[in-house]
Write a protein that binds this ligand. Structure first.
Ligand code: TTP
Ligand code: MG
Length: 575
C-alpha cells in the first residue's frame, strides 16, 4: 500500500464518502481516515479493522497516487451501469432486412458520405465515415445502400430500447444505437446466479482472454456487482439479438462515462467490464481531452486556450485555472471526468428531448442564404413540433464552420430561452408573429457564432427545440411553467457539441443537400442523439459567460432583428 493510504479504511458503499480536492488535485489524507466520521455515530471495532487492513494489504496491488483514488471513493462504485452500442447499426439493419448482404462488404451512404460500413467491409479497409469516392477506390466491390430515410433505423432503435427496458426501467437512449441501463437495483437475482470466479466477456486490462479474475482489492462489493452486471449485459445482448437480429457491444462499469469508454474495447458483438482499480489505467491510456465523452469540440477549444490539451493536462490542471473559463460546477465536473469520476444518473428516456433539423452543404457564405435556409428549416420544424404537441422552452441553433484541417469541420451551437408568450396558446397554430420572433432569435444566435463582417464558410446549419414542458392538467397557463423555471435553465448556454464520428455522443447525421421543400423530407431528423447526450453535453458544457436571462433578452435590441413584414417578404422570396 502506498504510504499515502496507510491507516485508511474502506467505507461501506452505502455510506457517503466526502472527498475534498484541493487545487493540486490530491485528495487530503484525512478524508477517509480512522477519525473520519461515518455519519452513523458508531466507532468501528479497532481490532477487526486492523485485521481487515491486514487482509487488505495482503492482496493489495501497488498503486501510485492518484491512481489509487478509486479506493477513497467506494461510494462511487455503488452503481452498475451498462452501455450498449449496436454494431455498424445502419448496416446491420440493412442486413436484417436483406440477409443476402450479410457476407458481403456493405456501406450505408448519405449523399457523398458513407456513414457506416459492415464489419466485412471494415476487414477490407473500408471504415465508417469515409467519403464514398474514397471507399469505392479502396474497395470497388463495395455494395452501397442509401440510408437517408431513417424510418427503419428509428424503428429498430426503438425496439432495441424496448428490449433493454424489459430488464430495467432506468434506460437512457443516446443517439439511435446506444443505450445506458442502470441495473444496480436488479442485481440481486443475478448475483446469486453468477459465479464469483467467472465473468462474462472481457475484463479491461486483461492480457489473456481467460486470465484469472482479479481478487477484490476494494472490498465494497463492486467486484461481485460488476460480475453480476456482466451477466445482465450478456442477457440483454442475447435478448436484443433474439428480438431484432441486431448484435451490440456492451461496457459494464460503475458509471456512465466509464461504461461508455470500455464498451467499444472489443468489437463487434462483445462486452467488456471495467473494475474500479483499473480506472486510472484506462484514463491514462486516453490522449486528447476530446476522447472523454462529454467534452466536445467547443469545450476542447476553451481548454486549449488554457494550455490543456490532453487528459493528463486536465488531471494536472488546477481548479483555479479552470475557473478562469468555466463556472464552479463545470470546472469540477471536468476535473472529475479526467479521473473517470462521473455521478451523472441514467435518465429515463421517453420522447425525444430535442426535435431538430439540420442541413449540410458544401459552402454557404452569404447571410441571405443563411437566412433563407434557417427560414425553411424553421417552417419544417414547426410542423414537426405540431405533430409532437409538446411546448419547447429552448431554441438551439448550430453551425458547422469549414476547416481545412478537419474533415467534419467545427460545430458550434448556442441556445436561448424561448419567450414565454410565444407558445402561450400551444404549438398547433403558430402565428406569423411567433414565427418572426423565432426567426429573430435564430439569427441573433447565429450572429453570436459567425462574424458576418468577415468572410465565412459554413457547411451545416441546424435548429432545434429542446427542454419540453409538459402541460400539467391543473395548470391553465403555460407561462407559469416558464416563470417557475430556475435561473440556470433560463440562461443562454454554450452547448458542448460533440462530433459522433469520433467520440460517439452526438452523431453527425450529415446530409449534403440543398434545402427546398421537396428535399427537406430527408432532413427530418429527430436529434435524439443530440438531446440525449445532454446529460453529458449540457452539464459539461455550461458556460455562464455571456449568459442572458429572459429579462435581458427582452430588453436587448438586435441589429439583425426581423419584423413581421420582413419575415413575410423573406418567406415569399424563398417559397
Ligand atoms: P456509430 O455507433 O458511431 O457507428 P456504427 O454503429 O455504425 O458502428 P460501430 O460498430 O463502430 O458502433 O453510429 C451509429 C449509426 O449512426 C451508424 O450506423 C450510422 C449513423 N451515423 C451517421 O448517420 N453519421 C455519422 O457521422 C456517424 C458516425 C454515424
Ligand atoms: Mg454503434
Amino acid at each position: 500500500m502506498s504510504p499515502k493510504h496507510q491507516g485508511l479504511k474502506r467505507r461501506h458503499p452505502n455510506k457517503t464518502s466526502k472527498v475534498h480536492q484541493d487545487d493540486s488535485g490530491d485528495e487530503s489524507d484525512d478524508l477517509v481516515n480512522e477519525s473520519g466520521s461515518e455519519g452513523d455515530g458508531q466507532q468501528d471495532d479497532q481490532e477487526s479493522e486492523d485485521q481487515k487492513d491486514k487482509n487488505f494489504q495482503a492482496d493489495e496491488p501497488h498503486f501510485t497516487v492518484p491512481g489509487d483514488a478509486w479506493m477513497l471513493l467506494p461510494a462511487d462504485h455503488r452503481r452498475v451501469i451498462i452501455h450498449l452500442d449496436a454494431d455498424c447499426f445502419y448496416a446491420q439493419v440493412e442486413m436484417v432486412r436483406d440477409p443476402s448482404l450479410r457476407d458481403k462488404p456493405l456501406g450505408v451512404k448519405q449523399k457523398n458520405l458513407m456513414v457506416t460500413s459492415n464489419y466485412v467491409a471494415r476487414s477490407m479497409g473500408v471504415k465508417k465515415s469515409m467519403w464514398i469516392k474514397e471507399a469505392l477506390e479502396a474497395l470497388p466491390d463495395l455494395i452501397l445502400i442509401d440510408g437517408s430515410d431513417l424510418t427503419h433505423y428509428r424503428q429498430c432503435s426503438s425496439e432495441i430500447s424496448a428490449v433493454v427496458r424489459t430488464f430495467t426501467v432506468d434506460v437512457e437512449r443516446l443517439g439511435l444505437d446506444e443505450n445506458f441501463a442502470d441495473v444496480t437495483e436488479i442485481l440481486e437475482d443475478y448475483i446469486e446466479e453468477s459465479d464469483p470466479n467467472k465473468i462474462e466477456g472481457h475484463v479491461y486490462g486483461d492480457k489473456e482472454p481467460d486470465e484469472t479474475l482479479p481478487g477484490d482489492p476494494c472490498g465494497c462489493g463492486c467486484r461481485e456487482r460488476l460480475i453480476a452486471g456482466a451477466l445482465v449485459a450478456k442477457k440483454i445482448r442475447q435478448q436484443i439479438v433474439k428480438a431484432t437480429g441486431i448484435t451490440c457491444c456492451a461496457g459494464v462499469a460503475h458509471n456512465k462515462l466509464l461504461a461508455k469508454l470500455v464498451s467499444g474495447y472489443y468489437k463487434p458483438d462483445q462486452q467488456t467490464v471495467l473494475f474500479p482499480w483499473l480506472v486510472h489505467q484506462l484514463m491514462n491510456s486516453l490522449n486528447l481531452t476530446r476522447s472523454i465523452p462529454g467534452i466536445g469540440s467547443t469545450m476542447c477549444k476553451t481548454l486549449e486556450e488554457l494550455g490543456i490539451h490532453t487528459v493528463k493536462d486536465l488531471q494536472n490542471s488546477s481548479l483555479a485555472l479552470l475557473h478562469s473559463k468555466f463556472d464552479d460546477e463545470t470546472s469540477k465536473r471536468l476535473r472529475d471526468l479526467s479521473f473517470g469520476i462521473d455521478d451523472a444518473p441514467v435518465r429515463r428516456s421517453g420522447r425525444p428531448q430535442t426535435i431538430g433539423l439540420e442541413d449540410a452543404f458544401r459552402k454557404v457564405n452569404s447571410i441571405d442564404v443563411v437566412q433563407s435556409k434557417y427560414l425553411t428549416l424553421l417552417e419544417r420544424l414547426l410542423k414537426l413540433l405540431k405533430e409532437d404537441g409538446r411546448i419547447p422552452s429552448t431554441l438551439r441553433v448550430c453551425v458547422r464552420k469549414f476547416d481545412t484541417k478537419k474533415k467534419f469541420g467545427n460545430r458550434e451551437s448556442r441556445q436561448t430561452p424561448i419567450l414565454p408568450s410565444l407558445f402561450a396558446s400551444g404549438v398547433q397554430n403558430v402565428g406569423e408573429n411567433t414565427r418572426a420572433t423565432l426567426m429573430n432569435q435564430v439569427m441573433e444566435l447565429f450572429h453570436k457564432m459567425v462574424d458576418t463582417s468577415k468572410e465565412f464558410h459554413l457547411t451545416l446549419l441546424s435548429i432545434g427545440f429542446t427542454k419540453f414542458i409538459e402541460r400539467a392538467s391543473h395548470e391553465n397557463s403555460i407561462s407559469r411553467f416558464f416563470f417557475k423555471r430556475k435561473r440556470s435553465e433560463t440562461e443562454e448556454q454554450d452547448i458542448n457539441e460533440e462530433k459522433g464520428e469520433k467520440s460517439g455522443h452526438l452523431k453527425s447525421f450529415s446530409t449534403f443537400s440543398s434545402v427546398n421543400n421537396s428535399k427537406i423530407h430527408s432532413l427530418e431528423l429527430y436529434l435524439e442523439s443530440c438531446s440525449e447526450s445532454d446529460s453529458y453535453s449540457s452539464e459539461g458544457g455550461r458556460n455562464t459567460q455571456g449568459s442572458m436571462n429572459i429579462k435581458d433578452m427582452l430588453s436587448k435590441s438586435h441589429n439583425h432583428s426581423i419584423g413581421k413584414k420582413d419575415f413575410k417578404n423573406i418567406k415569399g422570396k424563398f417559397q
